[in-house]
Write a protein that binds this ligand. Structure first.
Ligand code: HEM
Ligand code: HEM
Length: 244
């Protein structure tokens, strides 16, 4: 007797295109490489960091890998900004990661909900205010680290045009921003996509491209509404490629 598989298999919706999946994988790879080769330089007095540097092949090798991973990180950032700029400005892509007044209201609403003052959490669209925060903090932090990283790599060139104090200042910004972004990703982002009761044991959406319909309805209840508004404006339905 064959089992009814339609009951067993939950319906899924397409959330991310292959392009977004590859972009996120490259981001993980480069961020991990930069953190693993950069943070042991910052905490060089700690035993585990010294072992890590020896494992990588010594401080010179760690620096070479850090610099060239930095170049690839720059290329990824330029590609991301250029593709999304062209998509949003010239091809009517939905700028669904832009922060709006509703995000501020949602954050305040959820603050009150977590204090037990409201019965239900805020209803979010394609991206919640938390996801937008992670996105913009990683993007802005990444740009800061690219600019200051290149200043540290080419100090002689930089001091031809700027006062010498800019180099130690760049080091402080680079080093502190690295810590902030690292902690942001490890404590906030990884909590939200792995440990949060909403998605536990893990949200695989950015790796498979799909999310279960029930989970999408719970986490992004207004996304359908946003899409219906777009349809009502008589725009053709956007493919996943057209969604930031
Ligand atoms: C194993 C590690 C990771 C997992 C499992 C993971 C998982 C995810 C998932 C599921 C999403 C999509 C959430 C949604 O449905 O909107 C996402 C988005 C994102 N991820 Fe990751 N991620 C990981 C590591 C990283 C790292 C290392 C970075 C950055 C350095 C990063 C940056 C982002 C950003 C900027 C977004 C878009 C904003 C958001 O949706 O929160 N992720 N990630
Ligand atoms: C996610 C991005 C990045 C992280 C997490 C990161 C992390 C770090 C950390 C923690 C340090 C040690 C600072 C200290 O000693 O206090 C460092 C140093 C440095 N980073 Fe980065 N970094 C990133 C991106 C970049 C980029 C894009 C470049 C540009 C090529 C770069 C170039 C450098 C340079 C030149 C140094 C000085 C030490 C050396 O010469 O290797 N970094 N980085």
């Amino acid at each position: 007797m064959s089992a009814d598989t339609s009951m067993a298999t939950p319906r899924r919706i397409r959330r991310f295109s292959t392009y977004r999946i590859v972009e996120h994988l490259l981001l993980i790879l480069l961020f991990a490489t930069l953190a693993l080769t950069g943070l042991p330089q910052k905490f060089h007095q700690v035993g585990i960091c010294q072992s890590l540097i020896l494992l990588i092949g010594g401080i010179d090798m760690a620096r070479i890998i850090h610099h060239w991973a930095g170049v690839l990180f720059l290329l990824l950032a330029v590609e991301h900004i250029a593709v999304n700029f062209i998509g949003i400005v010239f091809r009517q892509w939905d700028p669904s990661l832009l922060i709006t007044l509703k995000d501020v209201k949602d954050a305040i609403h959820n603050g009150r909900y977590y204090l037990g003052l409201l019965p239900n959490p805020a209803l979010c669209g394609r991206f919640s205010y938390k996801e937008k925060c992670v996105y913009w903090l990683v993007l802005i932090g990444g740009i800061q680290m690219i600019v200051t990283g290149f200043m540290l790599w080419f100090p002689v060139l930089v001091t031809r045009y700027l006062p010498g104090q800019f180099i130690p200042a760049a080091k402080i910004v680079h080093s502190s921003e690295a810590m902030i972004t690292f902690l942001l990703v490890v404590t906030w982002h990884l909590y939200e996509v792995i440990l949060s009761p909403d998605v536990f044991p893990v949200n695989k959406g950015i790796f498979t491209g799909y999310m279960e319909e029930q989970q999408a309805a719970r986490l992004h209840p207004l996304e359908g509404t946003e899409r219906r508004e777009i349809d009502a404006d008589d725009l053709s339905e956007m493919s996943p490629e057209h969604r930031p």
